[in-house]
Write a protein that binds this ligand. Structure first.
Ligand SMILES: [Cu+2]
Length: 278
């Protein structure tokens, strides 16, 4: 029960137009979720670089230890040397780790700044952590707002593609191919807005606004969870993001505004450029 693949297949059969599950954990998953944003692609590249470096270091240290144990065993080396210092080797074992750390630090800092700087955001979503659900606001779209609650285990409908502990009663709808600024904050305790497939994990701190961004490349459903222990129902505040085309997003915005009695003002027209192209 609860396999993303099986559920996705089941829901696809039931309803062809249902959005595909793109970012969710899978049973027996190894490694990271597939990257949905440029940030996550960079995170994976960095992860792969580190994997090569730590594998090399681990193998080298293990080989040195095994060789030393064998070569200097008392049978092969009955009278141990009294050597205590060797300048050359001390310089090497100081300099090489420094070089390795510099090699790691350069891409690491580049990635940190890339994650941090929201370049040319076309719209903003504010995620507010609460015990124990998330509230969302769309300040650029007349202040659409809603609360998203986890669907209880007893009410999960796998035939609809719902995932236990991950699906919510109201997905956060976002347009694809759009730089979206995400602001996180909290109304009570520390929470953390985490989307593994998007390379996002941003603390939600009471009285403070933190900022991150996503640029989702493909339409579909993406899942994350609160990743800061925030109380007894910490497990009950998943994040469900539904990425749709810019046109669909604007339709959704229109529907939400009509439902919430919001008169749209100067809101970003994401689909305009494409719609006016012809
Ligand atoms: Cu939380």
């Amino acid at each position: 029960m609860g396999t993303a693949g099986l559920l996705a297949a089941g829901s696809a059969a039931a309803q062809d137009s249902a959005p595909k599950i793109k970012g969710a954990p899978e049973p027996w998953q190894l490694g990271l979720q597939e990257a949905a944003t440029p940030v996550m692609e960079e995170v994976q590249d960095f992860h792969n670089l580190l994997l090569v470096i730590i594998t090399f270091i681990t193998v080298l240290v293990l080989a040195l230890m095994l060789y030393t144990g064998w070569r200097f065993h008392e049978k092969r080396n009955p009278t141990p040397s009294k050597t205590t210092h060797n300048t050359v080797i001390e310089v090497i074992w100081t300099a090489v780790p420094v070089i390795i750390l510099v090699v790691i630090a350069i891409p690491s800092f580049k990635l940190l700044y890339y994650e941090d700087q929201v370049v040319d955001a076309k719209m903003t979503v504010k995620a507010i952590g609460r015990q124990w659900y998330w509230s969302y606001e769309y300040p650029d779209h007349g202040g659409i707002s809603f609360d998203a609650f986890m669907i209880a285990d007893s009410e999960i409908e796998p035939s609809k593609g719902e995932l236990r502990q991950l699906s919510t009663n109201q997905a956060v709808v976002l347009p694809v191919d759009t730089n979206v600024r995400i602001l996180t904050t909290s109304s009570d305790v520390l929470h953390s807005f985490a989307m593994p497939s998007m390379g996002v994990k941003k603390d939600a701190v009471p009285g403070q606004l933190n900022e991150t961004w996503v640029r989702i490349q493909e339409q579909g459903l993406y899942y994350g969870q609160c990743s800061e222990l925030c109380g007894v129902r910490h497990n009950a505040m998943p994040i469900e993001i539904k990425a749709v085309s810019k046109q669909e997003f604007e339709q959704w915005v229109g529907q939400m505004q009509a439902k919430q009695g919001i008169t749209p003002k100067d809101q970003p027209q994401l689909a305009d450029a494409e719609a006016n192209a012809d």
